[in-house]
Design a protein around this ligand. Structure first.
Ligand SMILES: Nc1ncnc2c1ncn2[C@@H]1O[C@H](COP(=O)(O)OP(=O)(O)O)[C@@H](O)[C@H]1O
Ligand SMILES: [Mg+2]
Length: 513
C-alpha cells in the first residue's frame, strides 16, 4: 500500500541479491513530487542497484514499487519511462556517430523514418534553453565533452516527459563549474514539479542541493531525513556506521617553497645496514604527506634523521630553506619541528612523571614557561589544564602520573603538547596505533585541523585506509627507498600495495610485458 499522498515513487521492502552479495536488503525508499532527494552512501552501498531496479534495468528479488499511487512492475527501461521514470547512468549510453537529436530519439517506439528531425531538433533546443542545458542538437556525440554528453542524457529524459529523474553520481565527471550549472538545472526541474533522485557519496553536495536524503549503508537504509534536520557530520556517521571525522577538504597546500626538504639522504640503521637509501621528499605548508610502507622499511630512521636522533651519512635536510642536517634534537625542535614518536612512552613521554611535568618536558625552554632561570609552574599548570580541556584528555587530574592515562588519552596529550609549540612541521609516527576507534578519530581530526591551519605534516602509518583519508600525497617506502610519491588522484590501494612490495612502476612494467 502506498503510504503518503505526496509521494510520486514508493519502493517498499526491496531486496536484491547478486551471487554472493546482498546488494539491497529490505529497502524502503520514497520520493515526493517536486523534491531533490539525495541517495547517499559509500561505494558498494547499493545505490546504483536500487535505482537500476527503479529504472527497469534489474528486477528485485523481493519488494514492491508504487508510482503515482499505483503498484507497478517495471520490466524494462521502456516501462520505466512510460511510468515517467528516467535514469542518467554513470556511463552514458549514447551513440557516438549520431547527432544529439538522433540520440535523444533513440529507443523510442516510433520508427525513425517517421520522425520529423527538424521538429525534434527544435524541441531539444527549447528544452535545453528552458533548463539551462546548453546544447547544439545537430552536434555529433563524439564532438562533445563529457559534461555535454551528460546534458544530452538529461535532455533525453526531459524529452520523454520523465517526471522522476535519476542521476547516478552525475558530478563525478564534471568540473566544479559544470557541477554548479547542473545544480542550477536541478533547481529549475524542481520548480517545474519534477522529482530528482540524486545519487552521490559526497556530503557537501547533499548539503548543497538536496531537500531530503536517504543514506544507504551496506545495502540497507541507515536513515531518511530532511536535510535541515541533519548535519553533515551525522550523515557521515550514518554513511560509514561509526564515529567519523571529516575527510580532507580540497588541497590547501600553497604552491610555496616546501617546509621540509630531504635531498638524497642516506643513513645507517642500528645494525649498520643501510636504512635510508637516497631519500628525497618534500612536505609543504598545509599538506599532509603520508608515508606508506611495511614497518621496518626505514620509516623510523626517516623520523630520526629529521629530528636529529640519527646521523645521516650523506644528503641534506632543510627546514624552510635552512639546513638542519645532523643538528641536535634541541636545535631541530627550536627551528620549529614537533614530533609524535612511535614509542609514546619512550621518546614521547615520561610515564612516571605527572601530566604537568610531561608538558614542561617539551616546553621548558619557551618563554611562557620561564621566568629567568626558573620554571613557571603556574604557567605550566595552566597550559596543561588547557591541553586537557582542549583535547579532551580524560585523567584523574593534571598531577596524576602519565602512565595512568589510556593510550588514546596519552596520545591526545602528547599531540596537544607538540602542537601547542606552534610548529612549522609536525611529524607523527603511527599516531593512532593501538587506539580504539573513538580515540583514533579524535587524533585524526586534530591532524586534519593542524593541516588546515597551514602546518606541514609528515604522517607515518601502516593503516592504508587512514593514509588515504588523511594524506594530500602519499610516498611509499620500501627498503629505505622512496618507491614513488602519488597524489590523491593518482593512487589506489593496488598501486600503493605494489609499490609497498617493491614493484616500482606498474604501468612501466605492464608496457614491458
Ligand atoms: N551486476 C552485478 N552483479 C554482481 N554484483 C553486483 C552487480 N551490481 C552491483 N553488484 C554488487 O552489489 C553491491 C552494491 O553495488 P552498487 O549498487 O553498485 O553500489 P553503489 O552504487 O552504492 O556503489 C556491491 O557489492 C556490488 O559489487
Ligand atoms: Mg554506484
Amino acid at each position: 500500500m502506498p503510504q503518503e499522498d505526496g509521494n510520486i515513487v514508493e519502493m517498499h521492502g526491496i531486496t536484491k541479491r547478486f551471487p554472493g552479495v546482498l546488494a539491497n536488503e529490505n529497502v524502503t525508499f520514497c520520493v515526493r513530487s517536486g523534491e531533490i532527494h539525495a541517495l547517499l552512501g559509500e561505494n558498494g552501498a547499493g545505490k546504483s542497484t536500487l535505482m537500476n531496479i527503479l529504472s527497469g534495468l534489474y528486477k528485485p528479488d523481493e519488494g514492491e514499487i508504487f508510482v503515482k499511487g499505483k503498484r507497478i512492475q517495471i520490466g524494462s527501461p521502456r516501462h520505466a519511462i512510460e511510468a515517467g521514470i528516467g535514469m542518467v547512468h554513470q556511463h552514458f549510453r549514447l551513440v557516438e556517430n549520431f547527432s544529439v537529436a538522433e540520440n535523444i530519439t533513440l529507443g523510442m517506439s516510433t520508427p525513425r523514418f517517421l520522425l520529423d528531425m527538424a521538429a525534434i531538433e527544435d524541441e531539444v533546443l527549447a528544452l535545453s534553453k528552458e533548463y539551462g542545458l546548453q546544447l547544439d542538437p545537430k552536434a555529433q556525440i563524439w564532438q562533445l565533452s563529457v559534461g555535454e554528453q551528460q546534458r544530452v542524457e538529461i535532455v533525453k529524459m526531459l524529452y520523454r516527459r520523465a517526471d522522476v529523474l535519476i542521476l547516478d553520481e552525475p558530478t563525478a565527471v564534471l568540473t566544479p563549474q559544470e557541477t554548479r550549472e547542473l545544480f542550477a538545472t536541478l533547481e529549475r526541474m524542481k520548480e517545474t514539479g519534477r522529482s530528482i533522485i540524486f545519487i552521490t557519496h559526497k556530503l557537501e553536495e547533499v548539503m548543497q542541493v538536496a531537500d531530503r536524503v536517504t543514506v544507504l549503508r551496506a545495502g540497507r537504509v541507515a536513515a531518511t531525513a530532511d536535510k535541515t534536520d541533519v548535519t553533515s557530520r551525522q550523515l557521515a556517521s550514518l554513511m560509514v556506521g561509526k564515529e567519523y571525522s571529516p575527510t580532507l577538504p580540497g588541497k590547501t597546500a600553497l604552491e610555496t617553497a616546501p617546509v621540509l626538504t630531504l635531498s638524497d639522504v642516506t643513513a645507517y640503521g642500528d645494525r649498520g645496514t643501510v636504512a635510508l637509501d637516497g631519500v628525497s621528499l618534500e612536505v609543504k605548508a598545509g599538506e599532509i604527506l603520508g608515508i606508506a610502507g611495511v614497518a621496518g622499511n626505514g620509516q623510523r630512521e626517516l623520523t630520526e634523521v629529521i629530528t636529529g636522533l640519527r646521523k645521516t651519512t650523506s644528503g641534506t635536510i632543510s627546514l624552510l630553506g635552512q639546513d638542519i642536517t645532523n643538528r641536535t634534537p634541541l636545535e631541530v625542535i627550536n627551528s620549529g619541528v614537533s614530533f609524535v614518536p612511535e614509542d609514546r612512552y619512550g621518546t614521547g613521554m615520561a610515564p612516571n612523571l605527572s601530566l604537568v611535568d610531561n608538558v614542561i618536558l617539551k616546553s621548558y625552554r619557551t618563554r611562557i614557561m620561564c621566568k629567568g632561570p626558573f620554571i613557571n609552574y603556574d604557567a605550566a599548570r595552566r597550559q596543561t589544564q588547557g591541553l586537557v580541556e582542549q583535547f579532551q584528555v580524560k585523567c584523574a587530574g593534571i598531577y596524576s602520573r602519565a602512565r595512568l592515562l589510556s593510550g588514546g588519552n596519552a596520545q591526545k596529550l602528547l599531540l596537544g603538547r607538540e602542537i601547542s609549540s606552534d610548529p612549522k612541521l609536525l611529524i607523527a609516527a603511527y599516531p593512532t596505533r593501538g587506539l580504539d576507534i573513538g580515540a583514533a578519530e579524535a587524533i585524526r581530526s586534530i591532524l586534519i585541523n593542524q593541516r588546515n591551519q597551514g602546518i606541514a605534516i609528515l604522517l607515518i602509518s601502516e593503516d592504508l585506509e587512514e593514509l588515504m583519508r588523511l594524506s594530500d600525497r602519499i610516498a611509499i617506502m620500501y627498503e629505505g627507498k622512496i618507491m614513488g610519491t602519488l597524489d590523491r588522484d593518482e593512487w589506489d590501494i593496488e598501486r600503493i600495495g605494489l609499490l609497498m612490495a617493491g614493484v616500482r612502476d606498474v604501468q612501466h612494467e605492464e608496457a614491458l610485458t
